[in-house]
Design a protein around this ligand. Sequence first.
Ligand code: SAH
Length: 260
Amino acid sequence: MGATLLIDYPTRGAAVPGTVYLVGAGPGDPELLTLRALRLISEADVLVFDHLVSEPILSLVKPDAERIYAGKERGNHSVPQDDLNLLLVKLARKNQRVVRLKGGDPYTFGRGGEEVETLKEHGIPFEVVPGITAAAGVAAFAGIPLTHRSYAQACVFVTGHLKDGSMNLDWPGLARCHQTVIIYMGLHGLAHLCEQLIAHGLPADWPAAIVQQGTTPNQRTVTGTLATLPALAQAAQLKAPTLIIVGEVVRLKEKLSWFE
Ligand code: SAH
């Protein structure tokens, strides 16, 4: 690796054997890793990673480090969550430096809390390293600020994961003006989402966008309205992961877009 970064700050230092590091890998672009993440990944003996972690980031591990794929694509949870939690315990007990690498931020729709609970119960030392969550990465790279003094004074992150074919969300709370709604895991429920937001009072021509693989060379943004976005997204044949943004801030994209 190129640059050596010398920072005069009391950080926690080198990775310690027997510890689990729950690390956010950011939204895709490897340069969006934190310095702490970069250091811990390059010192890891074993890396347990999700499908959202990009290949350039995986290639930062030591050549002899073990890599364990933990899955979690839609409908393909290669390792069930309970087994995964215990796997981290087992690896730490072998006195390894364990990096549990997750897309985005580990505590934003990442089940990081569940993994740390298990570590705590088993007395395994751990550290949590935040990452740039998809919403922040996509906002910057798509030119859609999450808040803006003229358009949105609040921003809500929700999961659009379908349960029994519908979404169990607080629709009256989401269908509000002066607010941006960010939907993770929402592609399959996009039509239902737009329908419900209109049914609960947002205008049919309310701006909405969906961004595919934000911050990567495959980033694509489709913009429309609550009425038009589902058909536009389908026609565009977007590939996961995608993030949905609903709110007037979407209008700013025209002016602020720089990456695509
Ligand atoms: N912990 C992650 C989120 C995991 S849930 C984070 O903080 O970002 C997985 C969902 O995140 C995906 O379904 C998608 O909605 C979103 N996502 C993750 N990376 C993304 C990216 N590069 N572009 C668009 N959406 C992304």
